[in-house]
Design a protein around this ligand. Structure first.
Ligand code: NAD
Ligand code: MG
Length: 388
């Protein structure tokens, strides 16, 4: 039986790894929608290769270019936010949510409302609107499968286990590009330097977020929202080799680790085939060649984003949406070389303190409109702070 699939953010790093797996077994899948941004050539060629019903670019100005690239192929072309939401609402069995940023939230919600299984790489959905996305899945009797290496690892370690016996969840962090830099040099770091990851090949934004550990901060919140464990049970450790993706500690002292080479096709393939395991084209780990694995303290002076994540988890409510939006704006400004690398955390901290009215909202009150409002105000406030 073929499965209907859609990929949001198909032209990105996760999207391309997903297409790599799908394209190896074309008869098993029927592609509904592929979405992308500015890379029209990639979007069109993948849509043709997979025989998609529709290809959507988020960029309205590129509709003519997309139409030209798809002329005579039978693949529909569309552009803009509304077209993206419409494509996300088309029935599918399995959907990959791999748009970067809060922009990925609504398409993922629409997919859940159609009853699709949501493979969730867009961690921002859980950070901004965890209760909303989890209850939408429940209301439509569908599943969300995590596609973050750490969260897929935790999910796998928990299979057959009772969540009540979990003492702690340990999310590993590579430490990113600057883990060995003297802290005083961070103010001189350039976007290009921050966008080079020691182990993982990922999109530019998440790579810079790895250097600042804003990515890990998002992942701590993601862990709380997805697995429903309290913040005091979630920790992180710096593990420069990125071979252990996460560990789960149980009440008998046992610690279960997921170990593998840093390749997102592990997590994507697991979510694609769940509840089965199928052979994946990932490198098998040679333990002797690896030799050793090391661990370090996640220093909060070097990575203040980790402390901010704890504050956000304690505050609850819509502070995740505020945190993520402020981070997105600070990251935009760092990429545009308007602020320094360490200033990003300073900006986010100020926005959190200025918008603390968004704390402790009743989870049932977290709606798409409320998230959009918190997101908007946090962006405005971040821009004001950075303009001072
Ligand atoms: P990427 O930058 O490589 O790709 C992002 C995709 O989203 C592209 O297709 C782009 O066109 C599209 N996009 C960007 N802005 C958009 C907008 N406003 N509206 C619609 N589409 C838009 O990013 P990535 O590294 O593939 O990451 C995607 C998501 O997966 C992120 O949430 C990231 O945190 C998460 N993730 C990535 C990795 C990884 O290894 N790359 C690992 C874990 C989680
Ligand atoms: Mg991750």
């Amino acid at each position: 039986m073929t499965r209907r699939i859609s990929i949001f953010g198909a032209t990105g790093s996760i999207g391309q790894s997903t297409i790599d797996l799908i394209a190896r077994d074309p008869d098993a899948y029927e592609t509904v929608a592929l979405t992308g941004g500015r890379n029209i050539a990639q979007l069109a060629s993948d849509a043709i290769k997979l025989g998609a019903q529709i290809a959507v670019t988020a960029d309205e100005k590129r509709l003519a270019e997309l139409r030209d690239a798809l002329a005579g192929t039978g693949v529909e072309a569309a552009a803009g936010r509304q077209a993206l939401i419409e494509a996300a609402s088309r029935p599918a069995d399995w959907v990959m949510s791999a748009i970067v940023g809060a922009a990925g939230l609504e398409p993922g919600l629409r997919a859940l409302q159609t009853g699709a299984t949501l493979a969730l790489a867009n961690k921002e959905s859980l950070v901004c609107a965890g209760p909303l996305i989890m209850r939408t899945a429940q209301a439509h009797g569908t599943h969300i499968l995590p596609v973050d290496s750490e969260h897929s690892a935790v999910f796998q370690a928990l299979i057959g286990e009772d969540l009540a016996t979990v003492e702690r969840i340990v999310i590993t962090a590579s430490g990113g590009a600057f883990r060995d830099w003297p802290i005083e040099d961070l103010a001189k770091a350039t976007p290009a330097q921050a966008a080079t990851h020691p182990n993982w090949d990922m999109g530019q934004r998440i790579t810079i977020d790895s250097a600042s550990m804003f990515n890990k901060a998002l992942e701590l919140i993601e862990t709380k929202e997805y697995f429903g464990v309290s913040a005091d049970k979630i920790e992180t450790v710096v593990h420069p080799e990125s071979m252990i993706h996460a560990l789960v500690g149980f009440n008998d002292g046992a610690l279960m680790a997921h170990v593998g080479t840093p390749d997102m096709r592990h997590a994507i393939g697991f979510a694609l085939h769940y509840p089965h395991r199928k052979s994946l084209p990932v490198e098998r780990l040679d333990l002797v060649k690896l030799g050793q694995m090391t661990f370090r303290d996640p220093c909060e002076t070097r990575w203040p984003a980790l402390r901010l994540a704890r504050e956000v988890m304690e505050a609850g409510g819509l502070m995740g949406a505020v945190f993520n939006a402020a981070k997105e704006r600070a990251l935009d400004a760092f990429i545009a070389e308007q602020i320094t690398f360490p200033r990003m955390a300073g900006v986010v901290e100020e926005v959190l303190s200025d918008l603390s009215t968004y704390e402790s909202h009743n989870p049932a009150e977290i709606t798409l409109d409320k998230v959009a409002e918190a997101d908007h105000l946090a962006r405005v406030r971040a821009d004001e702070i950075m303009a001072q």
